[in-house]
Ligand binder design. Sequence first.
Ligand SMILES: O=C(O)CCC(=O)C(=O)O
Length: 312
Amino acid sequence: MTSPDTTIDLKSVRTTEDDGRRGPRPAVTARELTTGGTGEPYTRLTPVQYSATLGAEIPDIDLSEPLDDAVLAELRRALLEYKVLFFRDQHLTADRHAAFARHWGEPQIHPFLPKAGSPEVVRLAHDADAPGVENIWHSDASFSATPPFGSILRAVEVPDIGGDTMWADMAAAYDGLPGDVRARIDGLSATHDFTQSFGKLMTDEQLAAAREKNPPVAHPVVRTIPETGRKLIYVNQVFTARIDGVDMAESAELLDLLIDQARHPEYQVRFHWEPGSIAFWDNRVTQHYALCDYYPRPRVMERVTITGARPR
Ligand SMILES: O=C(O)CCC(=O)C(=O)O
């Protein structure tokens, strides 16, 4: 007896939301992925796009020099379009780094992370004695009532191999959610809390003092970027403790599903650092993950975050 032909017809794989190919978690269905930019041309910058929906390098710019209003306006537009901007060969001092950040708003003082001299510059230094810990998807300081609008990270010392950082576009991820999941999460809020991350490294006394100044805060699960009107998934593995108003099982199920979206490579960009590299990300719409594949070699970064508004 001959065996039946088990070849499948790839045309039968539709780009519908009802895609049962890969089990219970939504997979990325085939659709056109774009940055969502306006299409308006750039006249002062020449962004070089890295990935389908996010990430662009901005060549031919010197961030140590004063920047005129037209360049700043195009940088702002590029940040909204590409969500993370990369710059090479900048070699800024910490002061000039903070001065560049001030173009976009007031630097936010991080309540817990070590500083590099000035209170607005966070220093993330890792080596054999202090292994990297940023290899988990997150957006910076979402435990704050007004989380940073943006973060500007500068490579101070980078390993020759490894130590890349990845970003995920949570607006593209929201767009890719099945309609029934979007219907479930629209209008929900979630509690964000530093206790489950930074809090674990504190003494009881430190924790009590830190909680007083940084109480748990509720943010919408679906956040909207006012400038673009784009909706995005605004929960992350590091700081989101629970979805409010549903039972713990449903909260865990939804958080698991939503946090998982950052892990789809279709929504990601990856950046390899060189001495003098800078990344400037929109901390509202992206999450990031710093690979810890360089241990025990040293890697030193400095970061300035820019105060944001209350998420809506
Ligand atoms: O060191 C990196 O590449 C990213 C650091 C990070 O996760 C952060 O600044 O929040």
